[in-house]
Design a binder for this molecule. Structure first.
Ligand SMILES: Cc1ncc(COP(=O)(O)O)c(C=O)c1O
Ligand SMILES: N[C@@H](CCOP(=O)(O)O)C(=O)O
Length: 462
């Protein structure tokens, strides 16, 4: 299996190199040269298997010979053994034809654990073989950072720096990043918003001297391994609901477009997904782009679903690339327009390709609260605000096939919004009940490339 860059000119890599490389050297994102296909018989055989076995069968064809079967099985087994639910990603019905896929039973209570726990294991295997050490730099609007820190804390051959927007993540998210005591963990509060943090990370990758001198690696969904691991739960959910004999639809609370893009990969592998619906909060750039053809950055408004307060949606580049039929030159031009003028017009052919694959909707703050309150009252289920954005948009798309909304975080990560909606404060799970008592450790830094590179050089282990 080979991986190519969405901008067409970076070296073509195998899986392990793509995993460790992060951003391609031409500034693009790695995608598989072709997507492996599973036939209906193979998909049907996944129904009812343990999550770990489905993960092995779905992920294996993307990996080639870079990891042996035993290495991959071991990594998967260790990754998901830390989840609190035996099904890993249980499905709950909330209305006729509407189901919620609970993706928050991992160690940091968000869907990011599914991918981060696995790539943490794969990194360890690869780095041991190579005898290398890496500096991981990630940007977060709250959940990626805590999941990455959890997966990489305490490892000898890794320093991890997580940039988060100061004052724009929930207190639980912040504490998950600032309380781990391990010396290789560095939480950095940056003045700015998530898009600034993500731009800094990409700028660091494009500064080749810095990148090579510190051995930079990425754990954002820049990293193909992140997206790949998320393909698995589309298969477990769809087969539980009758696929491949019955079509299924998914609605995905969307920010950086990694999670929903994983759904499109599942569909390209052969899973019968009738509709993939992008759900945005009031930072609705993706919904506007899908309905007008203009991808245009406006200011980021803080919302009660802060992890989705994103305007520069990284993986949209991967969707553009596939919709263009793999035209790296065109994608490079669009990305240059975005960087230069904050917008681009989606060419008509690409727009048609995107609209064939994705629907979209937007949910206001009022609708978010109303949805949390209503589903709490009618089903007993408490959704986090991101999942509520998904559920509300999904309700407009329920049809004659089962609709699955991805519940991306635990309500206890966003207790203020949930309490406002339900008048009940969701408790943290017992294992992290002392989170508010643990001492915090954080660096504060200006949103300036030079300042952050200096901080990283000074703090990383030699
Ligand atoms: C809780 C939560 N929901 C949804 C999203 C959006 O997912 P994606 O960035 O993959 O679109 C995020 C952040 O990525 C998140 O943390
Ligand atoms: N919502 C995310 C933003 C980063 O997304 P990623 O999938 O690219 O890591 C977060 O919680 O940080």
């Amino acid at each position: 299996m080979r991986y190519v860059s969405t901008r067409g000119t970076a070296p073509i890599l195998g899986f392990e190199d793509a995993l460790l490389t992060g951003l391609a050297r031409d500034g693009g994102l790695y995608v598989p040269q072709s997507v492996p296909h599973m036939d209906a018989h193979e998909i049907a055989a996944l129904a009812g298997l343990p999550y770990e076995e489905v993960a092995f069968q779905v992920i294996r064809p993307f990996i080639g010979d870079d990891f042996s079967e035993d290495e991959l099985r071991g990594a998967i087994s260790r990754a998901y053994s830390v989840f609190a639910h035996p099904a890993r990603a249980p499905l709950v019905q909330v209305a006729p034809q509407h189901f919620v896929l609970e993706l928050f039973h991992g160690p940091t209570l968000a869907f990011k654990d599914f991918a981060m726990q696995l790539i943490g294991q794969l990194f360890q295997i690869a780095m041991k073989k190579r005898g290398e050490r890496v500096t991981i730099v990630g940007a977060t609007s709250g959940d990626t950072g805590s999941a990455a820190i959890e997966a990489f804390r305490g490892l000898d051959n890794v320093d991890i720096f997580i940039l988060y927007p100061h004052g724009r993540v929930s207190e639980v998210q912040r504490r998950q990043m600032t309380t781990p005591p391990e010396a290789n963990v560095h939480a950095v509060a940056v003045d700015g918003h998530f898009d600034d943090c993500q731009a800094l990370v990409k700028d660091m990758f494009n500064d080749f001297d810095f990148r090579d001198s510190v051995g930079l690696s990425a754990v954002n969904s820049i990293n193909w391994g992140r997206v790949l691991a998320q393909v698995v739960y589309y298969f477990t959910a769809a087969t539980a609901l009758g696929a491949p004999h019955r079509e299924v639809a998914f609605t995905v609370p969307t920010g950086n477009f990694g999670d929903i893009f994983a759904g499109d990969i599942a569909r390209r592998m052969g899973l019968p997904i009738r509709e993939l619906v992008i759900a945005t909060n009031r930072n609705d750039i993706l919904h506007r782009a899908m309905t007008t053809g203009s991808y245009s950055v406006e200011g980021v408004a803080p919302t009660m679903s802060p992890s989705m307060d994103i305007q520069v949606s990284s993986n949209f580049e991967r969707a553009l690339y596939l919709a263009s039929g793999g035209d790296g030159e065109v994608v490079k031009g669009l990305m240059e327009d975005l960087k230069g003028q904050g917008s681009f017009s989606i060419p008509q052919g690409i727009m048609e390709g995107l609209q064939e694959r994705y629907a979209s909707g937007r949910c206001s703050e009022e609708e978010t609260l109303e949805t949390i309150a209503r589903l709490h009252a009618t089903t007993g289920m408490t959704l986090c605000p991101h999942s509520a954005v998904g559920a509300r948009v999904a309700e407009d798309h329920v049809s004659d096939v089962p609709m699955v909304t991805l519940a991306t975080a635990h309500p206890a990560k966003f207790p203020d919004a949930v309490e406002e909606a339900t008048q009940e404060r969701p408790p943290l799970p017992h294992r992290m009940a002392d989170l508010y008592d643990r001492p915090e450790r954080v660096e504060r830094c200006a949103g300036d490339l030079q300042a952050i590179e200096t901080l990283i050089k000074e703090r990383r282990a030699a």
